[in-house]
Write a protein that binds this ligand. Structure first.
Ligand code: ZN
Ligand code: ZN
Length: 179
């Protein structure tokens, strides 16, 4: 089993800088190998024409079947995501499973000088949050912990970029390969 595989599955062209920032952040926080994965296809079967969004459950199954060799696989996308009970989600993961997905679709800030920087920061947080779920971590109530619930960008902006000490311990227990 390889380490964490990170691949772009968005509709528009991949933003290399953004992906590299997420990759660097996950590698540093997880102390795990994060490999760039190439994914030539897109999870078309996850498209819900009625809602005009992509269903994350189907994306996760798709990612899992296509990256059978990876210990964990994180798909980064720019399409709007949903789960049936919510109007939208920033991302989703299989709790204690192998696949996770995060989208930039709802993370962009209104235009201004910090737009690019803010999008990158939010994406780094949400990518770590979803991968945390894939390592079995649940939502955390410690102020600032990246595993805190985030129904909106306001909550994301209040979080730090890292696990709290309790979540870090849980992560290290779940991943003995962490250096
Ligand atoms: Zn969550
Ligand atoms: Zn925590």
């Amino acid at each position: 089993m390889e380490g964490l595989v990170l691949c772009w599955i968005g509709e528009r062209e991949a933003q290399r800088g953004l992906i590299d920032a997420v990759r660097g952040h996950l590698g540093a926080e997880l102390r795990e190998r994060v490999l760039p994965g190439f994914e030539p296809d897109r999870p078309r079967e996850a498209w819900d024409a009625r809602r005009g969004q992509y269903e994350t459950g189907r994306i996760l199954k798709w990612l899992e079947s296509r990256h059978a060799e990876a210990a964990k696989v994180l798909g980064l996308t720019d399409v709007d995501l949903f789960i049936p009970i919510l109007t939208f989600v920033f991302g989703e993961a299989q709790l204690g499973g192998r696949a996770a997905v995060v989208s930039t679709a709802r993370l962009a800030a209104p235009s201004g000088s910090r737009t690019g920087r803010l999008l990158e920061e939010r994406l780094r947080k949400e990518a770590l949050h979803e991968i945390g779920h894939a390592y079995g971590l649940v939502h955390c109530g410690h102020p600032g912990c990246v595993m805190g619930r985030s129904p909106g960008v306001k909550e994301i902006d209040l979080k730090t970029l890292s696990f709290c000490s309790d979540c870090r311990l849980l992560y290290e227990e779940a991943n003995p390969h962490a250096r």
